[in-house]
Design a protein around this ligand. Structure first.
Ligand code: AOF
Ligand code: ZN
Length: 371
C-alpha cells in the first residue's frame, strides 16, 4: 500500500475537495484523506453535494474495517464541524475513534459550525493546524471564506483574448479567438459558479445564454445576471436568450436604485446605488446577490464591466484564456481598454497562479483578493 507524507495526504485532500465545486454552495468545498498509523493510504473523500455527507464521513465510510483507524491520521482541508446541521458533527464522529491525530488547514469561520478542534482535543485526540499549506486551503475555500467574512458573493472575472489582449478585430468579429478546448473549459467554469454575469452591451451584442453546456452540470440551472444601470433592457429580458434556458426567477436584472422601472414577469430586480462616477456599487451588488443565495459569480464582460470591477477592487479572481495569435490593437477592442492603473505599484496582480494549456491556448488563473 502507498505510504504518504503529511503534505502529500493534505494535497490529495485538496484535490478531492475540488470535486464538490458547483454542487455544495452555500457550504464550502472540503476534502479529507485518511492514512493509517504507519502513513499507509486508507481513503479519500469529499463533500460532494449540499445537504449530503461531509468530507470526513465520506472518507470514513470507505474504510470497512474500522480497526484500521487505531492511530490513524485524518487530513481535512477545513476544521471539522462541531455542530449538527444537515449532517451530524464531524468532530463528534471522529472522536469516536482512537485516532493518532487530526490535521486541518483552515479554521471554520462559520460561528455555527466552528469549535471542532476543541471538541477533538477534549476527546484526547491530537489536533494540528497545518500552517505550511494554509494559504492553499484558503484559496481552495475562497468562495466560502468570502461569503462568511464579507457577507457577499465572490466575483471571478473570465477573459478570452488574443495573445495581445484583444477580444475582436476592428470590424467586431470575435468568433472564435480561443479554441474549442478552451471554450469547453469555460462551460465547466460556468457550472462551478452559481451565476454568470454580463454587462448590457454584451447582452445586446451576443444574446448569450450564460448557462453551462457541460454534461456534468446538465441537472442544474444556474443564475444569469445582467448589469443595466439605466434600465434600458427592461422589455428585452423576458423571452430572451437567458430565459430560453432557465426560469425567469433565475434571471437577475441589476439597475441603479435611482431607476423607478419595475422588473417584468418573475425576473429578479436588484437595485444598487451608484458610485460618484455613475458606476453601480459592486460591493452592494455582491451583498444583495449573496442575500439571494448566490455565493459565486463568473463575470464574462465586456470591457466596461471589467473596468468597473477593477476600479472598485471587486475582482477576487481573474482567469485569462489567451490564444497564441495576434490581432493588432490599432482599431481593435481590448478587454482592459476601459480601465487604467495610475500607480504602477498598485496594479492588480495575480497570486497563487494556476497555468494550463488547452492545446495551443494559454490559461492563467489567479487570485487578486486574499480571504
Ligand atoms: C466539515 N466537513 O465536509 C463540510 C463542513 O448543514 P451542514 O451539516 O451540511 O453543515 C454545513 C456547515 O458545515 C458549513 O457552513 C461549514 O461551516 C461546515 N462545512 N464541515 O466538517 C465538511 N462541508
Ligand atoms: Zn462536518
Amino acid at each position: 500500500m502507498q505510504i504518504l507524507t503529511d503534505k502529500e495526504a493534505m494535497a490529495w485532500a485538496i484535490l478531492e475537495a475540488k470535486k464538490g465545486r458547483g454542487w455544495v454552495a452555500p457550504n464550502p468545498v472540503v476534502g479529507c484523506c485518511i492514512l493509517d498509523s504507519s502513513n499507509r493510504f486508507l481513503s479519500v473523500g469529499a463533500h460532494l453535494k449540499f445537504g449530503e455527507q461531509h468530507a470526513e464521513t465520506n472518507a470514513l465510510s470507505k474504510i470497512h474495517d474500522k480497526r484500521l483507524l487505531k492511530g490513524a491520521k485524518v487530513f481535512v482541508t477545513l476544521e471539522p464541524c462541531a455542530h449538527v446541521g444537515n449532517q451530524p458533527s464531524c468532530a463528534h464522529t471522529l472522536s469516536q475513534y482512537d485516532l493518532g491525530k487530526v490535521v486541518y488547514l483552515v479554521k471554520d469561520p462559520n460561528p455555527k459550525a466552528q469549535g471542532g478542534a476543541e471538541v477533538l482535543k477534549q476527546a484526547g485526540i491530537v489536533v494540528e493546524h497545518m500552517r505550511e499549506l494554509e494559504d492553499e486551503g484558503r484559496v481552495l475555500a475562497e468562495v466560502f471564506l468570502c461569503n462568511q467574512i464579507e457577507s457577499r458573493c465572490l466575483f471571478h472575472l473570465k477573459v478570452a483574448s488574443s495573445l495581445d489582449g484583444l477580444v475582436a478585430n476592428a470590424s467586431g468579429e470575435s468568433q472564435w479567438i480561443t479554441n474549442e478546448e478552451s471554450r469547453a473549459h469555460v462551460q465547466v467554469m460556468r457550472g462551478e459558479h452559481d451565476a454568470v454575469l454580463v454587462g448590457r452591451a454584451t447582452f445586446e451584442q451576443d444574446s448569450p445564454r450564460l448557462n453551462s453546456r457541460d454534461v456534468r452540470f446538465s441537472g442544474r440551472s444556474n443564475w444569469a445576471i445582467v448589469l443595466d444601470p439605466k434600465a434600458k433592457l427592461r422589455d428585452q429580458l423576458v423571452d430572451s436568450s437567458l430565459t430560453s434556458v432557465r426560469p425567469e426567477s433565475k434571471v437577475v436584472w441589476v439597475t441603479s436604485s435611482s431607476c423607478q422601472a419595475k422588473a417584468p414577469g418573475s425576473i429578479n430586480h436588484v437595485q444598487v446605488p451608484e458610485m460618484p462616477g455613475g458606476e453601480l456599487s459592486l460591493l452592494e451588488l455582491g451583498k444583495k446577490l449573496f442575500q439571494l443565495g448566490i455565493c459565486s459569480v463568473m463575470v464574462e464582460g465586456g470591457a466596461k464591466t471589467f473596468a468597473a470591477f477593477f476600479s472598485q477592487s471587486m475582482c477576487d479572481r481573474l482567469s485569462v484564456f489567451q490564444s497564441a495569435s495576434l490581432i493588432g490593437s490599432k482599431n481593435s477592442p481590448s478587454w482592459s481598454s476601459a480601465f487604467e492603473t495610475r500607480d504602477l505599484k498598485a496594479r492588480p496582480t495575480l497570486r497563487h497562479l494556476e497555468t494550463t494549456m488547452f492545446r495551443d491556448d494559454i490559461f492563467v488563473s489567479g487570485i487578486i483578493r486574499n480571504f
